[in-house]
Design a protein around this ligand. Structure first.
Ligand code: NCD
Ligand code: ZN
Length: 346
């Protein structure tokens, strides 16, 4: 039996949804994480500081008594976002960051931004006040192949924003390509990236080989093996510009196993054991704490957590629960295509 103690991790990108799903998924995150940045793509989205505070209260109501957990709230940027209100919401501590969804890029992004020029004054304000910008980095033009949308976004939009506003704190979220990892690595010091466990675990074969696998469908879509390898490399080599954002994104199985299935993978439950196994397989366990517990806090100018977690490796592989029950419905829990011998000691 092997045992390691780590600083308790944070999740820098989570979807908690609302109502019955919120109730079911919040404890799955608070069990292993101290803080999380909460995505604002509800229907309707979180558009104002007041929306964020109301949503935060609904989240806090679902935190189990034994868990200490801080939700960090975000605003959903639109072409109509009022920059003075955004500034006030940030300066009064109602919100932690703002999220840029290109309109149509992913789940509940219809109200997002069509023309980046229209929000440049908002981004300038954010740069001035030090408010972090979180980006879903994919173009949405129908003529661009789905596997090329992240790269295209970097070449057109991200490079433009970084050049115009070098002091803006930017997280390119859930990166999936070698181009993104390279751009962030070599980009300005305020530019960082988050990476999900599923993009470290799987390549695009996991969606298509042996039959179509809707539970491995997420956005940005899984890419070729060479891209997964590039992500693994930056995640495991200790570069502080890269950190965990799980993008845990619950949908009912009835909405995933459908003629037009939803994008999103629910991975909160076994995220830490899966990552420990991935890092172990790469002989990179000494870097795990940087990736899950330190690098993100550093970028966001937050203290690292005081609490610790203990990971234990046994000779028996962990048996995953398959589903999370939500009343009469179910959410599939992410299970990668390999055995996991690590678990978090409760
Ligand atoms: C997310 C969701 O379901 O809200 N889906 C996903 O595939 N990742 C949205 C997102 O982060 O893109
Ligand atoms: Zn997401």
């Amino acid at each position: 039996m092997e045992k390691i103690e780590l600083i308790k991790p944070d999740d820098w990108h989570v979807h908690f949804r609302d109502n019955e799903i919120l109730k079911a998924v919040v404890p799955e995150t608070t069990r292993h994480f101290s803080r999380a940045i909460v995505m604002p793509n509800l229907t309707p989205p979180i558009l104002t500081g007041n929306d964020a505070i109301e949503y935060k209260k609904r989240i806090e109501n679902e935190i189990p008594k034994e868990d200490e957990f801080l939700p960090l709230m975000t605003l959903y940027l639109t072409e109509n976002t009022n920059k003075d209100e955004l500034k006030k919401s940030y300066e009064n501590g109602l919100v932690f960051a703002a999220k840029l969804y290109p309109a149509g890029a992913t789940t509940n992004s219809e109200a997002g931004v069509k023309d980046i020029q229209k929000i440049m004054p908002i981004l300038e304000t954010m740069s001035d006040i030090g408010m972090p910008l979180l980006i879903h980095g994919e173009v949405t033009n129908q003529e661009i192949d789905i596997f090329d949308r992240e790269k295209k976004f970097i070449d057109t939009t991200l490079h433009f924003i970084c050049t115009k506003l070098p002091d803006l704190k930017i997280t390119v979220e859930h990166i999936t390509t070698k181009e993104a990892s390279l751009y962030v690595k070599e980009g300005n010091r305020n530019l960082v990236a988050s990476i999900t466990p599923h993009h470290l675990a799987l390549n695009r074969n996991a969606i298509f080989v042996g039959g179509i696998k809707p539970h491995n469908y997420c956005l940005p879509i899984l890419k070729r093996e060479e891209h997964r390898k590039a992500l693994l490399k930056v995640a495991t080599n200790g570069n502080s510009k890269f950190f965990l954002g799980t993008d845990t994104a619950p949908h009912f199985i009835s909405d995933k196993e459908s003629a037009c299935g939803c994008a999103g993978i629910f991975n909160a439950t076994y995220c830490i054991p899966i990552l420990a196994q991935i890092f172990d397989n790469e002989n990179a366990l000494p870097q795990l704490e940087n990736f899950i517990s330190k690098n993100g806090a550093k970028h966001y100018n937050l203290n690292i957590n005081k609490e610790k977690i203990t990971l234990i490796k046994s000779s028996q592989n962990l048996i995953f629960k398959k589903y999370l029950d939500v009343n009469e419905q179910k959410i599939k829990i992410f299970d990668p295509d390999f055995l996991v011998f690590w678990e978090v000691a409760e």
